[in-house]
Design a protein around this ligand. Structure first.
Ligand SMILES: Cc1ncc(COP(=O)(O)O)c(C=O)c1O
Length: 366
């Protein structure tokens, strides 16, 4: 066997949510009827304009993607309220942008700060490059960032600080003033992950004009309904974006993903409706789940809700298994750093699916 590099040898594999096919096989279910409430996807489906554009362009996939994606950057810039030079687009979602950040910044031994529980992929990507995680604290009881724990974690070796708002999996927001305080306390790159910002109505874009160490991370996987097309983007000072472009794989954004992104941005009605339906589902799920005295349900600003299930007498694995037997996937959060074995995350679905979920939950808990 060839010698694998140490950082890869030591890596805990990333545990993704379970696939429909996997679940259908395990529980003898019809894959088409499985209700997906585990991966924070968009229950509305993609924009019809995006589907049409893909269908009309399928015959073009024998040629390489365009390396010039200026019109997509222009559209993202006007959607986000920034300029195209400040944008980098990734073809494996926001996850690719994270990987390019690590490649651009990390020398082995550099530190980065995360606030568990948060998005686990930061650690997965950065550790491969020899970066060392330093843990700040998310105050789960109050569902907010413990600002001091971040300030205390900063050292001369800190290269990157991750702030996830709304935070995945807890759904809490980070106060803008806290973000300012952190930006002013360090020269490290402060990555503000706004994958879910549309569901909260709050973003931090205006801080870009003041801080050149702010990096905003976004995705087309959530409100834009394109998780399967793998498109993400970052917004930062243009000089830093230039360095990232040296590293990013040139053709990672494939033709069909590019088209899907452009046409979805041309469909503001879809974006608005998709935001509103997810908020409606989130509010319904929050209200209905809060009626179960056995569950502790956390208020969320995103398209998912974190639930503490210890009052049910079951752990997250047991309760997720019971839901799965009924064809419903939720996220068992026991592999998330900062949470124990009693948490599940429930993503928004269609209203009919939400009702089905609540009924199944009733039958499990009674
Ligand atoms: C907080 C957060 N950031 C980034 C991502 C990555 O998104 P993408 O699908 O664009 O890779 C996710 C995906 O779930 C996420 O939850």
């Amino acid at each position: 066997m060839v010698k694998i590099k140490n950082t890869v040898n030591e890596l805990d594999p990333y545990v993704p949510g379970r696939s429909n096919a996997d679940l259908a096989r395990a529980y003898g279910l019809d894959p088409a009827k499985i209700i997906r409430m585990g991966s924070n996807e968009n229950p509305m489906g993609p924009s019809p304009m995006a589907i049409k554009a893909l269908e009309e362009n399928l015959h073009t996939i024998n040629t390489y993607p365009e390396s010039n994606i200026d019109d997509l950057k222009d559209k993202i810039a006007s959607y986000a309220g920034t300029s195209p030079e400040q944008i980098i687009v990734g073809g494996d979602g926001a996850d690719e942008i994270l990987d390019v950040l690590a490649k651009t910044l990390i020398e082995p031994g550099d530190e980065y700060i995360v606030h568990p529980p948060s998005y686990m992929y930061y650690e997965f990507t950065f550790n491969i490059h020899g970066a060392v995680p330093v843990y700040a604290r998310w105050d789960i009881e109050n569902n907010q960032l413990d600002l001091n724990s971040v300030l205390e974690a900063i050292s001369p070796r800190t290269k990157v600080i991750f702030l996830c708002t709304p935070n995945n999996p807890s759904g809490g927001l980070i106060d803008k003033q806290d973000i300012r305080t952190i930006l002013e306390s360090t020269d490290a790159l402060v990555v503000v992950d706004e994958a879910y910002w549309e569901f909260s109505g709050v973003n931090n874009l205006e801080l870009l004009a003041e801080y050149d160490n702010l990096f905003i991370l976004r995705t087309f996987s959530k409100v834009m309904g394109l998780a399967g097309m793998r498109i993400g983007y970052g917004i930062c000072h243009q000089d830093f974006i230039q360095y990232m472009h040296r590293v990013k794989p040139v053709f990672s954004l494939i033709k069909l993903s590019y088209l899907a992104a452009v046409t979805t941005l041309d469909d503001p009605d879809y974006i608005e409706k998709s935001t509103q339906l997810s908020i409606q589902s989130r509010d319904y799920l929050y209200r209905e789940m809060s009626k179960f005295p056995e569950l502790k349900v956390y208020q969320s600003w995103a398209n998912y809700i974190l639930v503490d299930v210890r009052g049910t007498g079951m752990n997250s694995k047991e309760i997720s298994e019971k839901l799965m037997k009924n064809g419903i996937i939720v996220r068992d959060c026991s592999s998330f750093r900062g949470l124990d074995e009693f948490w599940i995350r429930v993503s928004v679905a269609t209203m009919e699916e939400d009702e089905q979920f609540i009924n199944v939950l009733k039958s499990i808990l009674q």
